[in-house]
Design a protein around this ligand. Structure first.
Ligand code: CP
Length: 313
């Protein structure tokens, strides 16, 4: 049983096939195979979502399946039913599970206790669907048919802002898997959780990134400048302090000018213009934020198609 809980759940050697399938789904949208025909995939969400929820619901439908959205508070999980029992019961009804929650251990336990594929649709620790869609977006620009993934090797991504957030963590894992260089810039004191450092060490990537408090140093020679909101879901009580200490890390035209001349700007969205990025950069020709958003659909369809078990299995 294959799950997708973190970037390294696919091997590098599997990514060419995965990216090619996402490309195929994108090129032939509405006319491709329906590998989820006859299947229902449940989506348990404990946090808000626009892109992830809509792209999974539409994607399951386009693959011939039936999406079943379950707000955590509408099911017994929200009233204290165990994760183990939830996993066992849902495994008797549905063919796959997509989970957005706070504690990464919850998606791991759902995967361990159930008998159906589980996909991590964001935890406080990681956001692997986002990073795969982002990497596909870059590969589309830099690669060529038959060698999409190889085009990423040796490229540099600079992540600026909240260096301990789930998207930054996931990009560290993703960049190492893909053979990219990654440099992070942000204020001191916002380190990744110890759980992430343990995961990074277990994957052999403990030294697989650079960190600086100087955003200009981080973006030097970067092919991509990436940022995310300064106040992730669950951190709202820290809003004023985070805005105060992260304000020197706004991605503006001056910072973009310090990267490579053809550097791209990326953001997983939603964006807070005027905080982590200026409206000028969001709207600039170097911004590929809406390509990223669209590719959530095509990449997640490819991931589900790879994980799906044949009907009747
Ligand atoms: N980027 C992202 O995960 O967006 P949503 O929170 O809207 O799903």
């Amino acid at each position: 049983m294959k799950h997708f809980l973190k970037e390294t759940d696919f091997r590098l050697s599997e990514l060419d096939g995965l990216f090619a399938l996402a490309h195929e789904f994108k090129a032939h949208r509405g006319r491709h195979a329906a590998p989820l025909a006859g299947q229902t995939w449940a989506m348990i969400f404990s946090k808000s979502s626009t892109r992830t929820r809509v792209s999974f619901e539409v994607g399951i439908h386009e693959l011939g399946g039936n999406p079943l959205f379950l707000n955590r508070n509408d099911i017994q999980l929200g009233r204290g039913e165990t994760i183990a029992d939830t996993a066992r019961v849902l495994s008797r009804f549905v063919h796959g599970l997509i989970v957005r929650t706070f504690d990464h251990a919850e998606v791991q336990q759902l995967a361990d206790m159930g008998t159906i594929p589980v996909i991590n649709a964001l935890t406080d620790l990681l956001h692997p669907c986002q990073i795969y869609a982002d990497a596909f977006t870059l590969a589309e620009r830099w690669g060529r048919s038959g060698d999409l993934v190889g085009a990423l090797r040796g490229r540099k991504i600079a992540f600026v802002g909240d260096r301990g957030c789930n998207v930054a963590n996931s990009w560290i894992l993703g960049a190492n898997l893909l053979g990219m260089k990654i440099s992070l810039a942000g204020p001191a004191g916002f380190d990744a959780a110890p759980e992430f450092n343990q995961l990074l060490a277990a994957e052999g990537y403990a030294n697989g990134y650079q960190f600086t408090t100087d955003p200009y140093e981080a973006v030097r020679d970067a092919d991509v400048v990436y940022t995310d909101v300064w106040v992730s879901m669950g951190k709202e009580e820290e809003t004023a302090e985070r805005i105060r200490v992260m304000s020197p890390f706004t991605v503006n035209a001056g910072l973009m000018a310090a990267a490579k001349p053809d550097a791209l700007f990326m953001h997983c969205l939603p964006a807070h213009a005027g905080q982590e990025v200026t409206q000028e950069v969001l709207d600039s020709p170097r911004s590929i934020i809406f390509d990223q958003a669209e590719n959530r659909l095509h990449m997640q369809k490819a991931i589900m198609a790879k994980l799906a078990q044949p009907a009747g299995a």
